[in-house]
Design a protein around this ligand. Sequence first.
Ligand SMILES: NC(=O)c1ccc[n+]([C@@H]2O[C@H](COP(=O)([O-])OP(=O)(O)OC[C@H]3O[C@@H](n4cnc5c(N)ncnc54)[C@H](OP(=O)(O)O)[C@@H]3O)[C@@H](O)[C@H]2O)c1
Length: 440
Amino acid sequence: MRVALLGCGNVGSALAELLTAHGDEIAARTGTRLELVGIAVLDLAKDRGPGVPAGLLTADAKALVERPDVDVVVELVGGIDPARTLVETALRAGRPVVTANKALLAEAGAELAALAAEHGVDLLYEAAVAGAIPVIRPLRESLAGERVLRVMGIVNGTTNYILTRMTEDGSDYEEVLAEAQELGLAERDPSADVSGDDAAAKAAILAGLAFGSEILGADVFREGITGVRAVDVAYASRLGYVVKLLAVAELVDGGPDISVRVHPAMVPRSHPLASVRGAFNAVFVEGAAAGELMLYGRGAGGAPTASAVLGDLIDAARNLRAGASAPPPRRHPAVVRPMEDLRSAFYLSMDVADRPGVLAAVAAVFGRHQVSIRAMEQVGLGDEARLVFLTHAAREGDVRATLDELRRLEAVDRVGGVLRVIEPEVGDAGVGAAAPAVGG
Ligand SMILES: NC(=O)c1ccc[n+]([C@@H]2O[C@H](COP(=O)([O-])OP(=O)(O)OC[C@H]3O[C@@H](n4cnc5c(N)ncnc54)[C@H](OP(=O)(O)O)[C@@H]3O)[C@@H](O)[C@H]2O)c1
């Protein structure tokens, strides 16, 4: 199988190295010989190291995709343009495409999947979500017959590293971010990670696979980690929770409506996702018959991501030879419920004047908006008091109205942390039982 590689950066160069240095071994192991016939890049003068055959480099990606002797195209350029045009050109020419491009899939995944189906070829993207971890194939194939109820993942290594350090060392967000940038664990411009945008693109892809609906990245509610404070992480810890940035796609009230969202959440320490530390990723799936399963591993990095691309490449080559293609995505006429309509338990902390009557006034605001308090703690801070509340499951719109009114209350100096809480199900030992109490 003759492979055209578009892009030779972190992932592309690792793939080129795997194909050239281990080509014989891969052929012996899989029965598929993959021959790299061209590598498209932007800058031909850049030093690529000894693992990349310099003679294969070209600056004309379009011509490489259109070469008649190319069987399979691997897109590792990233971004929307020209990646989208290159992928479409390959699919229209009847060439399977393997990509790791989450941004492109979150914007045009459904259209590209339709184009691939029209031309009877594969569009495979295992590496686009959670790097080396097999997530896409299990959802698409192993769980093809399963009624998936919920997919909940830690799919961004940078933010998980930051939150882990905040939990374990008590450090502040800014301090850990600066350190992560020094160590190369966060980009110089970390905005796509810390804003939740990167995780939202992956949430859209996961939702599409789990529920077959045509979810775009723009449909995903997102809240990043920039507002998470060390003090709230410490409170969460004392209460038996760990703060994680979660990507969630789930059926609401048993479906067909779904919820797709990214936000920090307090996860019970007993939940498998709570033990995912540092830059690691994990995806936790709940199915009606299969129950709970978790996939865990390295979510990024050149070599881990190239390994996932290689797996897809071997699949695409086998399918091409057999005249087959991977099963199409599920169909599910889903409506994405607005965030305001979902129900969840909340953690809320606020600083108030420490004088008689204030607690009653604050509690009255909760009551007016049908937000029921499950637990409360008061800590004295001189003239002020910090109030920390855990609520029962409440409608998000009602919680927002409560917060708006509290902010206007003269005795409330500031509303601090606001975190959604994943609660262990009643009657269960806790492990794997966490369920955001989402429903109409
Ligand atoms: N890095 C990871 O850990 C990771 C993990 C999961 C998924 N991904 C995804 O994998 C893809 C590649 O990521 P990466 O980190 O390898 O990116 P990268 O290091 O920025 O590499 C991009 C490559 O594309 C080339 N390129 C850019 N524009 C081009 C054009 N118009 N024509 C031909 N080549 C062009 C660049 O050429 P030059 O080298 O000449 O500049 C470079 O070789 C992205 O979609 C990313 O989201 C990455």
